[in-house]
Ligand binder design. Sequence first.
Ligand code: HXC
Length: 260
Amino acid sequence: KQYNNILTSKPETGVGLITLNRPKALNALSSPLMLELNEALAEFDADDSVGAIVLTGSERAFAAGADIKEMKDKEFSDVYKNRFLENWTAMTKIRKPVIAAVSGYALGGGCELALMCDIILASPTAVFGQPEINLGVIPGGGGTQRLALAIGKSRTMELVLTGRNFTAQEAEKWGVVSKVVGEGEGQVVKEAVEMGKLIASKGQIAVQAGKEAVNAAYELTLAEGLRFERRLFHGLFATKDQKEGMAAFAEKRKANFTHS
Ligand code: HXC
């Protein structure tokens, strides 16, 4: 399908790739872009040939934030009545794992978009930040909440209240990203697609259950989360993939998952 603000492709078996593509605006996340992103995510989520999704931008910018030019003249009544930003949560309802491959600027809503993904890989040039304070506002796409959960109160307060950027290396040290990849154009996308391919080769019901279970850690109490995890674990014994995976181990061969 042709979009105006994003590109989609399937670069490897099992992997859907979404590339934010508003180069002149450093991939500022306008409302039309977000609608297209949600549509593309839903399409890959429903596509049986896709087991993992990679989201990326350009070398210069993953995304430099929500579109400031679109926002600047809005009034409270506009943003309230039109439920501004509410559709951003669609991203978090996707069943399949989403890997962010971040190069360049991931600022404001761009940082928050990366934080909504399940795994973040960063290139050494990646620059993260929540600079909204400089615009007279605060993060509105989950930044205060997801950063606090990821890196704790003091660092989150510092970042949100000063608006200073943080580097890929800081992000790795704090556990915001799982890895800073080596230098080189396209390297971060290459590694994210490889990781997506590996995840897509596993039993997809188990992969999606794993994602649900990890996400429960952010919403439930420990006792509820442990019960939720155990019930999902029990449920996987109703799948062919569990029979195949365990039989393959016993027979010393590679499992051939059918995602059923
Ligand atoms: C609209 C943007 C933009 C944005 C960049 N551009 N960021 N347009 N919204 N968020 C546009 C610029 O206006 C410019 O357009 C072009 O992209 C290139 O940007 P430059 O500033 O010329 O590039 P450079 O000097 O390299 O600086 C890069 C930058 C800077 C440091 C990333 O652009 C910047 O500070 N951007 C804003 C970052 C920000 O504050 N983000 C948070 C937004 S608020 P022209 O037409 O002049 O060439 C937010 C709220 C989230 O995200 C709420 C929940 C989602």
